[in-house]
Design a protein around this ligand. Structure first.
Ligand SMILES: *Cc1c(COP(=O)(O)O)cnc(C)c1O
Length: 342
């Protein structure tokens, strides 16, 4: 928590154009702290998409609350607002003893979720919206930056994210001053006005000064890296045109931070084998939707519960993506796929 941490928080808040940024140790702590500061706990229902990284959902039962998994849109892979509404309409009959409290939409692979719809559903139902912007830092939605799209937002600076440090780091963004003050207290063991006075349960959520210094330097070239990522994505789109494969779809009035460039193929496993044979490191994000993970088996979801998540998890894979990928390398990657895609 050296001087670079405060400097970084001010610069990140300015970049996102929100009032407050509270840095923390990683993106998972950011989500945990965001829920703790809203007082989420026993008996609370928190809506999360099932097609995301485990961190989005695992912090919910950690606090004694219950995740309710929402299906996704088949083209953007983000939370489907219509399914969210269906689930809310089934309260309290289907979920007795649970009180709907919050939604955590995820901006998957770098593309913001459908916040116009989600915020209006949240308002109608009195729910908090916590944007999981771990993969979308730098993206935009109707001219606003990711990190400014919910009541609060969290991000991660893990090296594989669009703005990465050299280890772990994270941050929470919000407009509300009292909420920011609570987050700062939660970050240091629920500290009160004085040291060794604790007014709530908290954690050790501090960001290392070393990582803050690295992020300050990397933030200087971040806009340029975002436009380079966009160029790499466009080049993939061009190279893959006319092939038997579904390239990413970015909704209108939004840009992606391109954490991943993710494709769909009904012959996904053959694609992965072909890429592996060509020495290309492709990865499947994510092979098992969260509602079918053993860790959540006590919630009683079955195969077929969330059909879109399940279909996408069987067809998706991601090609190498970073700002410095050059045209010859991308051509080699696409050639590696041609045995399958034509
Ligand atoms: C990476 C990631 C997180 C967690 O971030 P960490 O810094 O690794 O703890 C949370 N949500 C999503 C969607 C992520 O991709």
């Amino acid at each position: 928590m050296g001087p670079e941490v405060g400097e970084l928080e001010a610069k990140l808040a300015q970049f996102v154009a929100v009032q407050h940024c509270v840095s923390c140790a990683n993106g998972t702590d950011a989500l945990l702290m965001a829920l703790m500061a809203y007082g989420i706990g026993n008996g609370d229902a928190v809506f999360v998409p099932s097609f995301t990284f485990i961190a989005t959902a695992e912090i919910v039962p950690l606090l004694g609350a219950t995740p309710i998994f929402v299906d996704i849109d088949p083209t953007t892979f983000n939370l489907n607002p219509a399914h969210l509404e269906d689930l809310l309409n089934s309260f309290p009959q289907k979920f007795s003893n649970l009180k709907p409290r919050a939604i955590i939409p995820v901006d998957l692979f770098g593309q913001p979720a459908d916040y116009n719809e989600i915020m209006s559903i949240a308002k109608k139902n009195g729910l908090m919206v916590i944007e999981d912007a771990a993969q979308s830092f730098g993206a935009t939605y109707f001219g606003k930056r990711a990190g400014a799209l919910g009541d609060s937002a969290t991000t991660s600076f893990f090296p594989a994210k669009p703005l990465g440090c050299y280890g772990d780091g994270g941050a929470i963004f919000c407009a509300d001053e009292a909420y920011a003050a609570t987050l700062k207290s939660v970050r240091v063991h629920g500290q009160g006005k004085q040291r060794y006075e604790h007014i709530r349960i908290g954690i050790n959520g501090r960001l290392d000064t070393l990582q803050a210094a690295i992020l300050l330097a990397k933030l200087e070239i971040f806009e340029e890296e975002l436009s380079l990522r966009d160029k790499v994505a466009r080049r993939y789109n061009e190279l893959l045109k006319g092939k038997d494969i579904v390239t990413p779809v970015i909704g209108s009035e939004r840009t992606s931070a391109w954490a991943q460039y993710s494709l769909l193929s009904s012959k996904r496993d053959t694609c992965m084998e072909a890429l592996k044979a060509a020495g290309i490191p492709a990865v499947v994000y994510y092979p098992i939707p969260l509602h079918l993970q053993k860790a959540f088996s006590h919630l009683g979801y079955k195969k077929g519960s969330l059909p879109v998540c399940e279909k996408i998890a069987g067809e998706i894979f991601s090609l190498p993506m970073h700002p410095y990928l050059d045209a010859p390398t991308q051509e080699r990657i696409v050639r590696g796929l041609e045995r399958v895609t034509g």
